[in-house]
Design a protein around this ligand. Structure first.
Ligand code: IMP
Ligand code: MG
Length: 161
């Protein structure tokens, strides 16, 4: 949730004409890994009511789809547990080189190279979210954590949708 908040705010204000019946909700997803990689153990925190989703067409807004473990878990929750009529994904960035699950977002802003990026909502250990641009985090910023370049997910927790 936190990662996509700037993109979400810009995107919804750009939809023309203003859609009737559009509602917004938020799901918080966190994946816990051994240090540098997600285990796929994605936890969802939401007070989303099933009856608000049942039978409706949902567009998931994401900051970045990387391994696709997070988005797959959220999409499955919305269809299997909440009964959404359909689920599509709009992601600002698609780092498709690192996919662990086959997942192709319906709407992609930019393809992202296999680098760790920060800014415009995206964080490293909760820092840099407010940068008004997206940049590649220099490996020396996380070298002290003993994390290899391009996957500096060393906090043990990643992924706030
Ligand atoms: P996935 O489950 O591996 O597809 O990615 C889940 C989450 O990891 C994303 O929603 C982001 O919060 C985070 N993430 C993945 N790559 C990056 C990155 O390059 N910078 C910041 N966060 C990232
Ligand atoms: Mg995210």
């Amino acid at each position: 949730m936190k990662g996509c908040v700037l993109f979400f705010a810009d995107l919804v204000r750009a939809i023309e004409p203003v859609p009737r019946g559009l509602t917004m909700d938020f799901i918080r997803a966190s994946s816990y890994g051994s240090g540098t990689e997600s285990t796929g153990d994605v936890k969802l925190k939401t007070d989303l009511k099933k009856e608000k989703v049942a039978g409706r067409h949902v567009i998931l807004i994401e900051d970045i789809v990387d391994t696709a473990l997070t988005i797959t878990t959220v999409a499955r929750h919305l269809t299997e547990e909440c009964g959404a009529a359909s689920v599509a994904t709009a992601t600002l960035l698609d780092k498709h080189e690192r996919r662990l699950l086959a997942y192709r977002p319906e709407y992609v802003g930019f393809v992202c190279p296999n680098e760790f990026v920060i800014g415009y909502g995206l964080d490293f250990d909760e820092e840099y979210r407010s940068l008004p641009y997206i940049g590649v985090l220099k490996p020396e910023c996380y070298a002290h954590l003993g994390i290899a370049a391009a996957s500096p997910d060393g906090s043990g927790e990643s992924g706030d949708e």
